[in-house]
Write a protein that binds this ligand. Structure first.
Ligand code: ADP
Length: 479
């Protein structure tokens, strides 16, 4: 089934380098699908090592005439304004290729704009610094230089949001970028490049390739002009990129998988915790790396909590993300459905109980599901399910539960619900996660640094820290 997606922002379905879209008429094409219907909505060319090199070379030429901080500020403001102006058109494309509800897609564009707004506030911090001390009788200056070409590799769950985090930091630092979106969702990115093309940026300052991810990734990790590889995606691919980039000492910024625990103590505000879980868990159909993967609930409030969660979950409307009132869209593809189905089957085989949902609903749809009696040996407790499944474990022993919550190689996000502030502080300090919400299910925000501990990554996105990922410090003693 073919149902081409038309939009004024999708005039070209091509990569972008040297300041223009670059048709590749003879390149093999890949299909882009609407995950809700399975329809092919576009066919885009595939790029490989040659195109990746052209794009990096284009960025390297732009680096030769760096933008000063005032010019970067104007670029950041222009991108923020253009995202907000074209929010709805971009959101429609995003929903059609990703499946998430339109309201979420609109929220993602606003979230993305926030990274450009925030990055602009850090430009003053990049001014050269003269040390007050004069060691060896010399005047010491420290400059914040653009590190070099930035290679930005992004996943399909937030095609605009994840790129915004990286691109805003790179631009604030003065680094030209080469972007590689997921092949499952290249259209939002192409549409965004149509907007960027209209902003009069210097040729080569932003570039776009997609297609053969391993071939493109290999160029990013070996081309001498690339100094920063910023990647969001699976731990497996992050590990591969780290190994490829190591011999060339590229700077790496990696935001990888998580396995977020969500702890609800007996003294928690249960209604607040239920609300927070629903918002946190079902964003993008549960396909986010910060969404609660393991829910631990004190046995004193477990029954009440499970009943309330199940009632709310049953009321979630599942459907095409463009339809009014839909809260949960499809998963990204059949592989996603297969993984979620396996996790539920495995949990049930090991003794978990399905309170609601649990059976694939056809196509890429999986119904919002609640499991209870989840134990630590189940797959859903050890791997990210990446789907609309709330996996609940009741606990009596707080000590053992906090230990279990932390017993994962991952360390991205965690959540703690208690009315006892001292307990919250103690528990947060014991959780080795880069982001820990206390009485909130909130994920990251543009203004604050966000990133993982342990195998959830290295580096930070957002805030001044997200800009510094793209900066090299140059120390200049003056005699
Ligand atoms: P997910 O499971 O979320 O799709 P992946 O890590 O597979 O996570 O994909 C995230 C991004 O990494 C996508 O843009 C994908 O195309 C890209 N990618 C996958 N394999 C490689 C690779 N070998 N080198 C570089 N990028 C890759």
């Amino acid at each position: 089934m073919t149902a081409p997606l038309t939009s004024p922002l999708l005039g070209a379905l091509d990569g972008y380098w040297d300041g223009r879209f670059q048709p590749r008429p003879s390149a093999p094409r890949i299909d882009v699908h609407d995950p809700a219907t399975g329809a092919v909505i576009a066919r885009v060319p595939t790029h490989g090592a040659d195109e990746a090199r052209l794009a990096v070379d284009s960025a390297a030429r732009a680096l030769a005439s760096p933008l000063d901080r005032a010019a970067r500020g104007r670029v950041l403001a222009a991108i923020e304004a253009s995202l907000l102006e074209h929010r709805d058109a971009l959101a429609t494309i995003l929903t059609t290729e990703n499946g998430k509800p339109l309201a979420e897609a609109r929220g993602e564009i606003e979230y993305a704009a926030g990274f450009f707004r925030d990055a602009a506030t850090h430009l003053d911090a990049l001014a050269p610094v003269t040390l007050a001390a004069r060691p060896r009788g010399l005047t010491w200056q420290v400059h914040h230089r653009p590190a070099g070409v930035a290679a930005l590799i992004t996943p399909w769950n937030f095609p605009i949001g994840m790129l915004a985090k990286k691109l805003a930091g790179a631009i604030a630092a003065g680094c030209p970028s080469v972007v590689k979106p997921s092949e499952l969702t290249p259209l939002s990115c192409i549409a965004w490049f149509t907007l960027l093309d209209g902003l009069g940026l210097p040729p080569g300052f932003v570039n776009l390739v997609f297609g053969d991810a391993p071939a493109i990734g290999a160029v990013f990790c070996s081309h001498p002009a690339v100094r920063v590889v910023s990647f969001t995606g699976s731990t497996a691919v992050g590990r591969l990129l780290a190994a490829q980039a190591a011999p060339n000492f590229k700077r790496l910024s990696l935001e990888l998988g998580g396995n977020a625990p969500f702890l609800v103590f007996d003294d928690a505000d249960v209604d607040l915790a239920v609300d927070a879980l629903l918002t946190n868990k079902f964003r993008c159909g549960g396909q986010t790396c910060v969404c609660a993967n393991r829910v631990y609930v004190g046995s004193g409030v477990a029954d009440r909590f499970v009943d309330a969660v199940a009632a709310r979950v049953r009321a979630l409307v599942v459907g095409h993300g463009l339809d009014e009132g839909v809260a949960v869209g499809p998963l990204i593809d059949h592989k996603g459905v297969a993984k979620v189905t396996d996790h539920v089957r495995d949990a049930v085989a090991r003794g978990a109980r399905i309170v609601t949902g649990g059976v694939p609903a056809g196509g890429a749809f999986f119904p919002p599901t609640v499991l209870t009696g989840v134990t630590s040996e189940m797959r859903c407790a050890n791997e990210e399910t990446f789907g609309p499944v709330v996996a609940i474990t009741a606990f009596d022993d707080e000590e053992a539960m906090v230990e279990a919550a932390d017993a994962t190689p991952y360390g991205l996000a965690a959540y703690v619900f208690t009315r006892d502030a001292a307990k919250a502080e103690r528990v947060v300090a014991r959780l080795h996660f880069g982001h820990v919400g206390v009485n909130t299910g909130s994920g990251p925000t543009p203004e604050a640094p966000f990133g993982g501990f342990r195998t959830s990554g290295v580096g930070r996105e957002g805030g001044l820290e997200g800009v510094l990922e793209f900066i090299e410090l140059q120390t200049v003693p003056h005699g």
